[in-house]
Ligand binder design. Structure first.
Ligand SMILES: C[S@@+](CC[C@H](N)C(=O)[O-])C[C@H]1O[C@@H](n2cnc3c(N)ncnc32)[C@H](O)[C@@H]1O
Length: 400
């Protein structure tokens, strides 16, 4: 008789087969490792396989994809930061996780100061070779030179760098939009007064190849992370509550300290401050998948075919910044951030509006929408080696 498990194996995608075999050989894997493979497996990962993950033909749409105005307003914020830094040459802009390169394109196209255009070096740090190719195609026609190696980059250029190759001790701005929420998270569950970790194991029923299994914490650093950012903050979890621990985000932020000698860190992403994030209205954590523009709450199915994301702990990011001696200049939401950067002529009323102007207005509304993108996305600006309390993007409101 045919083994039912083997029969199921033939229906698995190559990525699922690889994960299935690994678990068969080595035992259950932490969800963090599963998410890492599902999103970034070198051949079959969601971001690395070559399919367009975002944009109208993909599974979800990000703010820069909605309207070039998003990038234009960020360019305005960058110009002000450059000014506050007393116009250094070079002024480095480092964008981690640039996706299809739409934000980089909008920023590079809309910087208005000729002096800044000639002073900047724009570094794109991208893990996915497929997305990097899309970025190259999109940026090639811009009037900037392209650097060969980050260490030899000259002012007025852009190019690609790995995190290791980036020059250290730079002056400028490190920028991310929906990058940190795409880093793999550990899933922990509060059970009988302690945390256990959620692992992924092979399923014993035929419909889905994988299922959850509880186990001890897979990494000793997790215990100090939750002590520092959850238990130590007097946050009380309910029995069975799940939290998604993004150690990669706090580690990444710490790594920016050696990169940046003086400047700003601009983070735009889904997230909350800790009391809200770990409230028991989020009993199942915040992990969510996106497939064909629809939210999908089943992370273990269709590995590699959908996006996965978890909300950031903005209190933890601010705490890490404070411990590094940085300034937390402000946390706000996208609506207030973009509103602070808008000028009256960005949405001037004209008696006859073209279809394009109407579409632009609609796109702006979507970016600012309270209850939608305007509030879901938070904006954190931190600084190192410089303090200012008058940035345009933080002019309207700061969340306490
Ligand atoms: C959700 S997309 C956001 C894309 C873009 N920032 C936007 O707003 O349209 C996440 C991006 O981060 C990239 N990424 C994820 N992990 C990365 C890493 N460790 N290093 C560099 N890029 C990474 C992905 O390949 C993708 O480009």
């Amino acid at each position: 008789m045919m083994n039912p498990r083997r029969l199921t194996m033939t229906h698995l995608t190559p990525l699922q087969q690889e994960i299935f075999s690994t678990i068969e050989k080595e035992g259950p894997i932490p969800f963090r490792d599963f998410m890492n493979l599902a999103l970034y497996h070198h051949q079959y990962g969601y971001y690395t396989s070559g399919e367009p993950p975002m944009g109208p033909a993909g599974d979800f749409i990000t703010s820069p994809e909605i309207s070039p105005l998003f990038g234009r307003l960020i360019a305005r914020q960058l110009e002000e930061m450059w000014d506050k830094l007393e116009r250094p040459v070079p002024f480095h802009i480092v964008e981690f996780g640039p996706g299809r390169g739409i934000l980089a394109q909008a920023i590079l196209e809309s910087i208005s100061s000729r002096l800044l255009k000639e002073s900047l070096i724009y570094h794109l740090v991208e893990i996915s070779p497929a997305l990097r190719r899309q970025q190259e195609d999109r940026l090639i026609s811009l009037p900037y030179s392209i650097y060969e190696a980050p260490s030899q980059a000259i002012a007025g250029s852009y190019g690609w760098s790995s995190p290791e190759e980036l020059p250290t001790g730079i002056c400028g701005c490190v920028l991310t939009n929906e990058f940190l929420d795409a880093l793999p998270v550990h899933r922990l569950q509060w059970t009988e007064g302690r945390f256990v970790e959620l692992y992924v194991t092979n399923s014993s029923d035929g419909d889905e190849p994988f299922q959850w299994q509880k186990g001890p914490l897979s990494d000793p650093r997790l215990l100090s992370w939750v002590d520092r950012h959850i238990s130590g903050q007097h946050i009380v979890l309910d029995e069975g509550q799940v939290v998604d621990v993004n150690m990669a985000a706090t580690d990444w932020l710490s790594s920016v300290d050696s990169l940046l000698r003086q400047g700003f860190i601009l983070t735009i992403d889904y997230g909350h401050q800790a009391p809200e994030l770990y409230d028991n209205v989020r009993m199942d954590g915040t992990l969510m998948c996106y497939h064909q523009h629809r939210a999908d709450p089943a992370p273990l199915s269709k590995a590699g075919e959908k996006d996965m994301t978890a909300h950031l702990d903005y209190t933890a990011l601010q705490r890490v910044g404070t411990e590094l001696g940085w300034h937390n200049l402000g946390l706000t939401n996208q609506m207030w951030f973009l509103s602070g950067l808008l000028r009256p002529d960005d949405f001037a009323m004209t008696s006859e509006m073209t279809v394009q102007e109407f579409r632009q207005r609609q796109a702006l509304k979507k970016l600012l929408m309270p209850g939608g993108m305007g509030e879901i996305f938070k904006v954190l600006i931190q600084s190192k080696g410089i303090y200012t309390d008058s940035l345009l993007g933080l002019h309207q409101l700061r969340l306490r």
